[in-house]
Design a protein around this ligand. Structure first.
Ligand code: SF4
Length: 441
């Protein structure tokens, strides 16, 4: 196929977005484009956006603004904005940014090649933002464009039906919609034949997988079936919702060898009042009980979480409850954020919005506490033997890095016989703040 030109995809936000960007890259490659070395050199530029936090949205505006001069210099450049902000803003983006050619909604990714062709031929400006009913049409064959030759994401569902009061996802990605088990199996088998050894199943709420299918399926059943695919050595998944996290999933983590001992279970707040205002559907005690069950059945399981500070109405006592919960649960790691008001959500109109300064102070306290807990976990691992998948070069020359089954990064010396994708046993020699050091056993 003759090379049509070059493309560049810039990504903001979560793993879901990274994976969508991989799909877009693959589609553009199949269409005859090759990857540009830098954004300003590309003939097709895609900005894949995230609407979860205000800050990420602002970055998109500044990115789009700075592309104005690229378009003036090279008017034939096709500029595309995709992802959740595109889905939210729709035609408003075309009105605001006259140099923008295409607004690509979250359900329209597979249409990217035909829309780019239309723009190149007719110089139209297009907003393709409809939601589709058929989930299968959202997914193409497995991306070849994964940034890793041995690890790959696999989308198992799209959207979310939970409507937490602060979140835009149900509005930007639509309601929960699961892919068929057969299609996922086929995709994973294809990845295995291409040398992929570790998959991460993606969905906004993977525990709800299959509930919307006409032939109802369970997430633990999906894990069981994928585990029988030869060549795949490790299975991870994210994100889980505490209200749907159940004993069947705990059993699956405990009993299926290939399922790694790590769960990401966003708590968001340690205050029952705040959890209720967030419409999370569980209380702190429910959460504790689920973690207790998990740690009883799978004692070595790592637990990571998300925390939001400064939700509207969060008092000092509510915030103390969050700090106490962090101390009691002792997560391996957390991702913590200041509450960010999002247009169209219930929380945006709530009274008692918290001042930025207070949010900043609370976030700093959460960081300090969690950093000490994470480091203590890592120090506790010193001397232990961990299985690592060799994923790439390490921090120093002659080092490799990999992740343990519990999803911790470990750097270790090359013994001269290692290759990418090898599973090796590593003795942890030092636990650091964000990673581990080890040596091959
Ligand atoms: S579970 Fe809540 S926070 Fe997560 S994607 Fe759905 S609505 Fe958003």
């Amino acid at each position: 196929m003759p090379v049509k030109g070059t493309f560049f995809v810039e990504t903001y936000g979560c793993q879901m977005n990274e994976h969508d960007s991989q799909k877009m890259c693959e589609l553009l490659q199949k269409q005859g484009f090759s990857k540009a070395g830098a954004i300003e050199q590309a003939d097709v530029i895609v900005i894949n956006t995230c609407a979860i936090r205000e800050k990420a949205e602002h970055k998109v505006y500044s990115s789009l603004g700075s592309l104005r001069s690229a378009k003036i210099e090279k008017p034939q450049t096709v500029i595309v904005v995709a992802g959740c902000v595109a889905q939210q803003k729709k035609h408003e983006f075309l009105r605001k940014f006259r140099h923008l050619d295409l607004v690509l909604g979250t359900h329209q990714i597979s249409q990217l090649p035909s829309l780019v062709s239309r723009i190149l031929e007719k110089r139209e400006r297009i907003a393709a933002v409809e939601f589709v009913d058929n989930i299968e049409s959202l997914h193409m064959s497995a991306p070849n464009y994964s940034s890793s030759p041995i690890c790959s994401y696999v989308t198992i569902m799209q959207g979310c039906s939970n409507f937490c009061s602060y979140c835009v996802v149900p509005y930007t990605r639509g309601k929960e919609s699961s892919r068929s088990l057969e299609e996922i199996q086929e995709e994973v088998s294809g990845l295995a034949t291409k040398g992929i050894r570790e998959i991460t199943l993606l969905g906004q709420n993977v525990n709800a997988y299959g509930k919307d299918l006409y032939n109802f399926r369970r997430f633990d059943d999906l894990l069981q079936r994928l585990s029988s695919i030869g060549g795949i050595e490790r299975i991870r998944f994210t994100t889980s919702h505490p209200k749907d996290f159940d004993s069947a999933l705990v059993e699956a983590i405990a009993s299926i060898d290939k399922v790694c001992e790590h769960i990401h279970l966003p708590l968001q707040s340690g205050s029952d009042k705040v959890l209720k205002d967030m419409k999370r559907g569980y209380c702190l005690n429910d959460y504790f009980e689920k973690i207790e069950l998990l740690r009883t059945k799978v004692p070595k399981c790592a637990v990571t979480s998300d925390i939001i500070v400064g939700f509207p109405g969060e008092s000092e006592e509510d915030f103390e409850d969050t700090l106490n919960a962090l101390q009691k649960i002792r997560f391996d790691q957390i991702f913590s954020f200041k509450y960010s008001s999002r247009p169209g959500t219930i929380a945006q109109g709530m009274p008692d919005q918290i001042p930025e300064e207070t949010k900043r102070e609370r976030l700093a306290k959460v960081h300090a506490l969690q950093d000490s807990i994470t480091e203590a976990w890592h120090r506790d691992m010193e001397g232990s033997i961990q299985q690592a998948l060799v994923e790439g070069s390490g921090r120093l020359p002659d080092q490799f890095h990999g992740r343990t089954r519990t999803n911790k990064i470990v750097n270790f010396d090359d013994n001269g016989s290692l290759s990418l994708g090898d599973l090796v046993n590593v003795r942890v020699t030092k636990g650091l703040k964000h990673s581990l050091l080890g040596s091959i056993v």
